[in-house]
Design a protein around this ligand. Structure first.
Ligand SMILES: [Ca+2]
Ligand SMILES: [Ca+2]
Length: 378
């Protein structure tokens, strides 16, 4: 049985039917980001230079993104603007275990801590530190991070916890392949004091019946690390996956240690791709079919080759998937962390206050109660 790890993105709406799974993204100079030292480790490597591993993200000299707030049905749906009157995530740390985060993006300026990467310059042992090494050459991780914590500055998009600090942990390479050690990444985030860890990674079974086979036979260590995080008072949020199968039920360990998050679209119907089942803790906006209006607007690296036709703005793109849903819950976790509520207590608060909590979940029909940020922070 072949198991491959993939990102639970919604480019993944089509991921199971079409290859490549994720749009390839080449790094290129971007005139919109006016900075002298925006080179990533990869580019530096090609030039034979070492990346600035101690460097802080240089401050862009211009930032002219339009205000996309009228596109953010997701924030209105979960009541996060109302919730932000009570908390904005200030002081809370959210570890994003993903493809890295665009460390130069103005939406996160000055709000990174403890970066770690499994994509390191030649000759540097993995994992490596340094903000430049945690830079995102793909897009997925930056999109996740934007939903958690993009700045509420009247430009571009806004995150659920717009003042939260991001701990970028890069386990995915520029193609979106998982190259890092998920258990080590999770343990690192816990040790470094993350309040919330969000992971939007799915699994695809190559062959064989999905439901009767264990999906995580090779990942006992990761499961253990998630349990350790929960024991240490960290809230862990996981994307339910886009396989349309009960992913969350495939390991008993997920039941208590993490919130498993399904997705729905702007019409409030469960997304067709979303994982489902009794073990989904709740669902959050992940976008419907891949339309501009129906997807989730968030950040992507500003130096991606292709500008998203929906946003027509470097640094912003529209994705859909359970990958996009889980960070909404992580953002609410950051709001609660600011209020002094963490770990399993925060998870309980989030599920207890979700809309439709307590209504039994019918497999294939529902993806659990819906995230309510405003209710969670009251
Ligand atoms: Ca913004
Ligand atoms: Ca759970």
């Amino acid at each position: 049985m072949h198991i491959s790890r993939v990102l639970a993105t919604g480019l993944g709406v089509f991921a199971l039917a079409a290859a490549p799974l994720l749009a390839p993204s080449a790094l290129a100079a971007d005139p919109w980001l006016v900075t002298e030292s925006s080179s990533s480790s990869e580019k530096s490597e090609k030039k034979g230079k070492k990346p600035d591993r101690n460097g802080k993200a240089p401050r862009p000299q211009s930032y002219d993104a339009p205000d996309f707030s009228d596109k953010m049905w997701n924030l209105e749906d979960i009541g996060s603007q109302l919730a932000n009157e009570t908390a904005t995530g200030k002081g809370a740390v959210v570890a994003v275990i993903d493809t890295g985060v665009d460390v130069h993006h103005p939406e996160f300026e000055g709000r990174f801590v403890s970066p770690l990467s499994w994509v390191c310059p030649k000759g540097v042992p993995v994992p490596c530190g340094g903000l430049e090494n945690a830079d995102d050459g793909h897009g997925h991780g930056t999109h996740v991070a934007g939903t958690v914590a993009a700045a509420d500055d009247g430009k571009g998009v806004t995150g659920v916890a717009p003042d939260a600090t991001i701990m970028p942990i890069r386990v995915g390479d520029d193609d979106g392949a998982i190259v890092g050690d998920l258990a080590a990444a999770t343990r690192y985030a816990t040790e470094q004091g993350a309040d919330v860890i969000t992971i939007s990674i799915g699994f695809i079974l190559g062959t064989g019946p999905v439901i009767s086979n264990p999906v995580f036979p090779l990942d006992d260590e990761w499961a253990q690390s998630v349990q350790e995080a929960a024991d240490a008072g960290v809230l862990v949020t996981l994307a339910a996956g886009n396989d349309g199968v009960p992913y969350c039920g495939q390991g008993e360990f997920w039941q208590d240690a993490a919130l498993c998050v399904g997705a729905y679209g702007p019409d409030s119907d469960p997304a067709v791709y979303s994982g489902w089942g009794y073990e989904i803790d709740l669902s959050a906006p992940g976008g419907g079919l891949l339309t501009c209006e129906g997807g989730i607007w968030s950040t992507v690296p500003m130096d991606l080759d292709e500008v998203d036709p929906c946003t027509n703005t470097p640094g912003y793109a529209v994705y859909a998937g359970t990958s996009m849903a889980a960070p909404h819950v992580a953002g609410v976790g950051a709001l609660l962390a600011e209020l002094g509520v963490g770990g399993l207590e925060a998870g309980q608060r989030i599920t207890d206050t979700a809309r439709g909590a307590g209504i039994p979940t019918a497999p294939g029909a529902l993806t659990g109660p819906r995230l309510d940020a405003a209710a969670a922070v009251q």
